[in-house]
Design a protein around this ligand. Structure first.
Ligand code: UD1
Ligand code: CA
Length: 454
């Protein structure tokens, strides 16, 4: 059966002490509310009604989804009032899944469990038991253990406050039922708010069946009210992601010291040392070895490649059995073919290193196309920028560029050509030729060194 989703995200999040609306704060590199939208999209919801209040422009810039319906709640008069803002868009004969925008770790499998429970009753609630339920809405059950109401902490009696089963804020019911009950909400309570939770007692008094579902882990339902909560959820997510990588065939030197802010897929026998950060979409082949303190973003690293410590890779394609780093930087558009090598303090940008080509030390390769087995000496610079335009350097197969050369683009170095160390090359070098572009050495015999003045 199809269902729609309402995500409550209008709260200001005062305790975040931030100019950013709370739900735009990121967990695992993704805004909290985007995470929830992504999760429900994999479940094929017919529509997602996003109730927002603060920072609408920013939200609309940053949050995306299919079938996303923006519902403004101009004044935050409570969770029931928030759902009312979506009421016009809710279809009668569809079920509605209500979620909270600041509980980003809710898993699809848990929501599917809630959906399954709803199929067997009239109203399904996601509840958990907490050691300290202070502040939460309590689940009230009758003598027969049936759920009869939710009472907010501030409205609860001392006896009710001892109940440790709480409302996570996530629930599911029929659209017509929901709209009918929303009309009867009042704000006659301790907080003067229209509580969504009041619909539970209405449902019970009409003889509706109410059942609870539970998540695998409590943390899935935890909301963020301040940056301490945010950090806690970030660690929980990172641990899940670390577990996934290990399950997928990667050894992590320390699962507590890896940060994945995107999607990483791993081959078998990958090793990832401590303090590596992964962003965007990263794919790692078999036997990839990554040293400590590397940052990999939007890249593919093929089998048997080694990335040494302190290497940064952004938007690059790395072939099989390459070695990179330590202290290397591959910027967007970098391509390394099989067995190519990039060593310490080498920067590549929009450049290709052919199979077996090497740039082992202290080099800048920008807008350069380097043929197979070429050797780029230490300190080589492709001078690709004249202050206005970028130009290309082409280096042929098996060329040898001596140390400390400046290749002033546009320029072409032929196949098997050699450039003498310290050359400034401005003209094309033919295949197999030697280019030397440097001041000729002269020696002065019996040189009298300067003497210290008395
Ligand atoms: C709510 C529940 C409580 C539950 C708790 C779980 C009600 C009345 N209470 O309490 O039973 O234990 O969540 O965290 O529902 N929101 C709006 N507009 C509003 C008010 C809230 O969009 O006018 C959104 C918030 O942005 C947030 C969610 O609704 O995402 C929950 O609001 P919050 O103020 O955190 O509710 P609690 O008082 O914690
Ligand atoms: Ca809350």
């Amino acid at each position: 059966m199809s269902f729609s989703v309402v995500v409550l995200a209008a709260g200001k999040g005062t305790r975040m002490k931030s100019a950013l609306p709370k739900v735009l704060h990121k967990v695992g590199g993704v805004p909290m509310v985007q995470r929830i939208i992504n999760t429900v999209e994999t479940m094929q919801a017919s529509a997602v009604h996003l109730v927002y209040g603060h920072g609408g422009d920013l939200l609309k810039q940053q949050i995306h989804g299919n079938n996303l319906n923006w519902c403004l709640q101009a004044e935050q008069l409570g969770t029931g009032h928030a759902v009312q803002q979506a009421a016009d868009a809710i279809t009668d004969n569809e079920d509605v899944l209500i979620l909270v925008g600041d509980a980003p770790l809710i898993r699809q499998q848990t929501l599917e469990r809630l959906v399954a429970v709803k199929q067997q009753c009239d109203l399904a609630l996601l509840t958990v038991k907490l050691d300290d339920p202070t502040g939460m809405g309590r689940i009230i059950r009758g003598d027969d253990n049936n759920i009869t109401a939710i009472v907010e902490h501030k409205d609860a009696t001392d006896a009710q406050r001892k109940i440790n089963e709480i409302n996570t804020g996530m629930m599911m019911m029929n659209g017509a039922d929901l709209k009918h009950w929303l009309k009867s909400l009042s704000n006659d309570n301790a907080q003067g708010e229209y509580y969504l939770t009041d619909v539970i007692a209405m449902a019970a008094s009409q003889g509706k069946t109410i059942q609870a579902a539970h998540p695998d882990e409590v943390v899935e339902t935890e909301g963020v009210n301040n940056r301490i909560h945010l950090a806690k959820l970030e660690r929980a997510l990172q641990r899940w992601q670390a577990d996934e990588l290990m399950t997928g065939g990667a050894t992590l030197a320390d699962p507590a010291r890896i940060d994945v802010r995107g999607n990483v897929t791993t081959g078998n026998d990958v090793f990832i040392d401590i303090n590596c950060v992964f962003e965007g979409k990263v794919t790692l082949g078999n036997n990839v070895h990554i040293g400590p303190n590397c940052v990999l973003k939007d890249c593919h690293i093929a089998d048997n490649t080694t990335i040494e410590a302190q290497t940064l890779i952004d938007d690059a394609q790395v072939g099989e059995a390459c070695t990179i780093g330590p202290f290397a930087r591959l910027r967007p558009g970098s391509v390394m073919h099989k067995k190519a090598k990039v060593g310490n303090f080498v920067e590549m940008k929009k450049s290709t290193l052919g199979e077996g080509a090497k740039a082992n030390h202290l080099t800048y390769l920008g807008d350069a196309d380097i043929g197979p087995n070429a050797n780029i000496g230490a300190g080589t610079i492709t001078c690709n920028y004249d202050g206005v335009n970028k130009s290309k350097t082409v280096i042929g197969e098996n060329a040898f560029i001596g140390s400390n050369s400046a290749l002033v683009a546009p320029v072409e170095i032929g196949k098997d050509a050699t450039v003498g160390a310290g050359s400034v090359v401005t003209n094309k070098v033919e295949n197999g030729a030697l280019a030397i572009g440097r001041a000729k050495q002269r020696n002065i015999s019996n040189w009298q060194r300067p003497q210290k003045k008395s």
